[in-house]
Design a protein around this ligand. Structure first.
Ligand code: NAP
Length: 493
């Protein structure tokens, strides 16, 4: 008989500092801020509470490293090797990253190790390969003695600003292409979940990334983040977060004409047709919304079901919701962890109340839970009889709440799917691939999953339509957005 694998344990995390110019340091004010474990509701650690003065230092270091340091001039192969080293260190330290993410964000340890961690190291390997291919080309000229060629050059200093959910993955999806293209980076993680950012910065040091090339600043978005966005020496802001903060960043970056990429909110439709394999479609629909307790930008947060199978789908979802295992994200059996922070927990509960007060019918969940007397748990919550015009169908809840909306015809399903300000992801569950592909053409969203959900690959571009943002992460398209073209004209006469 095989011995059961040891259950990973919470660990003490030392006080988090800023990484500026290759050295760990406290915030210049000496201030710190706490980060909490949503399972135990206890403080995990204090982390430096940086300010505009620290941003100045970090950006100056990144700018110096870009202008004077070896990074941009480093042979592409050497840079690519370094990115590979980062990937290897991430894999070696997967356990530590998974424990940090479980403690800080409440993501089940097993899900993180099995899916997120390989994706993070894969991003560095993918972009290390692409770094070797950065190239330019010759262009046409009117005069034979004039030769024109293009070079792709890095932008300069990239500010990577990331949200509280999937903190490591969404940092790697910015940092890997930014570094591969020869930029330097200042990373600002979300204040609620900074623990993997600290461990990633240590990986950068241990991999031998030259000083100043990678900097980490922690502190409030409203002050430190604001200073970073407005800093004249920052060339690009790569942002993932809410649409409202993204809009603010675009406004604040306008004076210094920042390059921006915006990965914003979503309200993604999942259409289930009566000819789908119902068992598979219900499984897909369930995890499309409840994976990582719904704290997922691409969560399938509006389920649109063809009338003949509507009642059966709602019943099956309700049973799955009742049987889902809520618990400590470090335990292997846990399927649904706690909501990442008290503010998010309160916000999600307000939406649960809005659902109860709407014309929709609560068929599962709708309650908070305590596990061993503690924790910010909310039951997977399903509302039947929903329509697309109620609050819980229109606004991004970012939690484990699913309105299920019936439809009669294919045209109606497409209309409902597109009737949202967002356009991040979507899904179609059907037995007819011809129908799936026909509808995929008409859905206004950056990702369309056919008979599946939550699949990602470093080579597959990811990003939003409409209010879900612009620009793409992953794929060669991402590398493009971290470079700019220079056209060189040579007069041979
Ligand atoms: P958020 O409130 O917009 O915060 C995102 C980041 O921006 C945090 O680091 C935050 O810092 C910082 N920030 C806040 N105000 C700022 C300002 N004025 N200037 C500069 N930075 C500022 O988002 P969140 O609640 O962390 O994350 C959830 C949202 O992200 C959801 O809307 C979700 O859909 C979206 N999201 C999108 C994707 C995607 O790929 N499209 C992926 C994941 C999440 P503090 O934490 O210190 O406030």
């Amino acid at each position: 008989m095989q011995a059961a694998a040891a259950v990973p344990q919470r660990r003490s995390i030392p006080r988090g500092q800023l990484l500026i110019n290759g050295r760990w340091c406290d915030a210049s004010s000496g201030e710190t801020m706490p980060t909490f474990d949503p399972t135990t509701e206890e403080k995990i650690a204090e982390v430096a509470k940086g300010s505009a003065a620290d941003v100045d230092q970090a950006v100056a270091a990144a700018s110096r490293a870009f202008e004077e340091g070896p990074w941009g001039r480093m042979h592409l192969e050497a840079r690519a090797k370094l990115l590979f080293k980062i990937a290897d260190l991430l894999d070696e330290r997967a356990d530590d990253f998974a424990i940090r993410e479980a403690m800080d964000m409440g993501m089940p340890y097993r899900d993180f190790r099995d899916t997120i961690m390989p994706h993070c190291s894969g991003l560095f390997r993918f972009f290390s390969g692409l770094a070797m291919q950065i190239s330019g080309g010759y262009r046409q000229s009117y005069e034979p003695e004039i030769r024109i060629f293009t070079r792709r050059e890095p932008l300069g200093v990239v500010a990577a600003i990331t949200p509280f959910n999937f903190p490591l993955a969404l940092t790697c999806s910015k940092v890997a292409p930014a570094l591969a293209a020869g930029n330097t980076v200042v990373h600002k993680p979300a204040s609620d979940t900074p623990l993997t950012a600290l461990a990633l910065a240590q990986v950068m040091l241990d991999a031998g990334v030259p000083e100043g090339v990678y900097n980490l600043v922690t502190g409030p978005g409203s002050t430190l983040g604001d200073a970073l966005v407005k800093h004249p020496l920052v060339d690009k802001v790569a942002f993932t977060g809410s649409t409202a903060v993204g809009q603010n960043i675009i406004r604040n970056g306008a004076d210094t004409l920042k390059h921006t990429t915006m990965e914003l909110g979503g309200k993604s439709p999942n259409i289930v047709f009566a000819d789908a394999n119902i068992e598979a479609a219900v499984q897909t629909a369930f995890w499309a919304i409840f994976w990582n307790k719904g704290e997922v930008c691409v969560a399938g947060s509006r389920l649109i079901v063809e009338r003949p199978i509507y009642d059966e789908v709602v019943d099956r979802l309700a049973k799955m919701a009742e049987n889902a295992i809520l618990g400590d994200p470090l335990l292997p059996e846990t399927q649904v962890g706690p909501i990442a922070s008290k503010a998010e927990y309160d916000k999600v509960l307000r939406y649960v109340e809005a659902g109860k007060e709407s014309k929709a019918r609560l068929v599962a969940g709708g309650n908070t839970r305590r596990v061993n007397g503690k924790g910010l748990f909310i039951e997977p919550t399903v509302f039947g009889g929903a329509t697309n015009d109620i609050k819980i169908s229109r606004e991004e809840i970012f939690g484990p709440v699913l309105p299920v909306i019936p439809f009669e015809t294919e045209e109606e399903a497409i209309r409902i799917a597109n009737d949202t300000p967002y356009g991040l992801a979507s899904g179609i569950q059907t037995g007819s691939m011809a129908r799936a592909l026909r509808i995929a053409d008409k859905i206004k969203a950056g990702t369309v999953w056919l008979n599946m959900w939550h699949k990602y690959h470093p080579s597959a571009p990811f990003g939003g339509y409409k209010m879900s943002g612009y620009g793409r992460e992953q794929g060669p398209e991402a590398l493009e957005s971290y470079t700019q073209y220079k056209t060189v004209w040579a007069n041979l006469a």
